[in-house]
Design a protein around this ligand. Structure first.
Ligand code: COA
Length: 325
């Protein structure tokens, strides 16, 4: 049986130049390198100095297009997962369409699902491709979270970073087995009863400001390990594979203890669990595509590898995707 699938054919990323260390943070709030490393696994993060979310997205997109040997003229759709857009409207996707000189009619949309944003966007694109509505899409996760971090709050300011990751996704043919190249399964979830547990506490129709990140860290932590594992297990089950068949898992990069917890629950050895939180911090929607691109271009992720992506964020939202690169 032949069927339409979507495959990822290019990866790109961009990190702002400025690196903020834990020691730098210890001069800003009452914290220290030891606390941050042991409780979160974070050593450094990149911070934008005036670069907007669309600026770093643009660079990530150019790199992804080059890696796919394509131009923006090949794109039928641009989708950007972000909670830190340049403007309330239009979308970051529309700004990229202008800067990349995408073709007339290419669909533009942003998607707001916090740290699950990239997996949500990938799922939308996978479904549109399999329905034959589009053939090629640019999928981006990008954030300048430094703009919505309260730099006087030690509970949150040590956790986050800025960055953008991009993937080019295009239609291909498969035979419906787990040997196919491309996106083999996706599954999304949400539970709005946790609306207040992790929130950027401003907004157009409430405070008319962007607000700052606040959260119940312990509640998020507990929920995250289960949600990330559940999404990963579900997509493997949907495709009829087990964790033994998987080459890598890329969990959302929020905290090394959450990532290790997920690896244990999935019975995966350490070397199969990709970690970038140490040098990226939590970059929300950018965390998974940044990890994908960085590891692909470093040669660690290779064509043919079976990779589980699993993410969880504000909402709560969560979800997974199983991809053969
Ligand atoms: N430096 C030093 N001390 C800090 C600190 C910092 N940056 N931040 C908090 N503390 C203090 C607290 O004030 C608390 O002190 P107290 O016991 O005197 O009240 C103590 O450290 C312990 O805090 P606690 O909240 O118990 O730490 P924790 O082990 O739960 O770790 C998080 C806190 C935020 C790192 C952890 O809960 C977490 O990672 N949660 C998930 C958050 C997340 O990933 N959110 C985004 C998901 S998409």
């Amino acid at each position: 049986m032949t069927l339409i699938r979507s495959e990822i054919v290019g990866f790109g990323h961009c990190l702002p130049q400025k690196v903020l260390t834990n020691d730098d943070l210890s001069h800003m709030v009452d914290t220290n390198d030891e606390w941050i490393r042991t409780r979160t696994g974070i050593c450094t993060r990149h911070i934008s100095e005036g670069e907007t979310t669309s600026d770093i997205s643009f660079k990530a997109a150019q790199m992804a297009l080059k890696s796919a040997s394509m131009t923006a003229q090949d794109l039928d759709m641009i989708i950007v997962a972000t909670v830190t857009p340049d403007n309330t409207t239009p979308t970051v996707a529309a700004k990229l369409s202008k800067r990349l000189e995408a073709k007339y009619g290419a669909i533009c949309m942003d998607i707001s699902a916090a740290c699950s944003g990239f997996v949500y966007a990938l799922t939308v694109v996978d479904n549109m491709i399999r329905l034959g509505q589009i053939k090629t899409a640019l999928v981006i996760g990008a954030e300048t979270l430094s703009n919505i971090v309260d730099w006087t709050d030690r509970n949150t300011c040590v956790l986050f970073g800025d960055g953008a990751g991009a993937a080019i996704v295009r239609a291909t043919q498969g035979n419906g087995t787990a040997e196919d190249t491309g996106i083999l399964a996706t599954k999304l979830y949400a539970d709005g009863s946790h609306y207040d547990n992790l929130i950027i506490n401003g907004g157009v129709s409430t405070t008319r400001t962007a607000g700052y990140v606040t959260m119940d860290g312990k509640e998020v932590f507990k929920f995250a390990v289960n949600a990330l594992s559940q999404a990963a297990e579900t997509v493997m089950e949907m495709a009829g594979v087990s964790s033994k068949d998987v080459d890598f898992v890329i969990p959302h990069q929020a905290n090394i203890r959450i990532i290790e917890g997920v690896g244990k629950k999935l019975n995966l050895p350490e070397e199969k669990v990709i970690v970038t939180v140490d040098h990226h911090g939590n970059t929300s929607a950018a965390s998974i595509p940044l990890a994908l691109s960085e590891n692909y271009h470093a040669g660690r992720l290779k064509k043919g590898d079976l990779v589980v992506l699993t993410a969880m964020g504000a909402g709560f939202t969560w979800g997974g995707a199983l991809v053969r690169i």
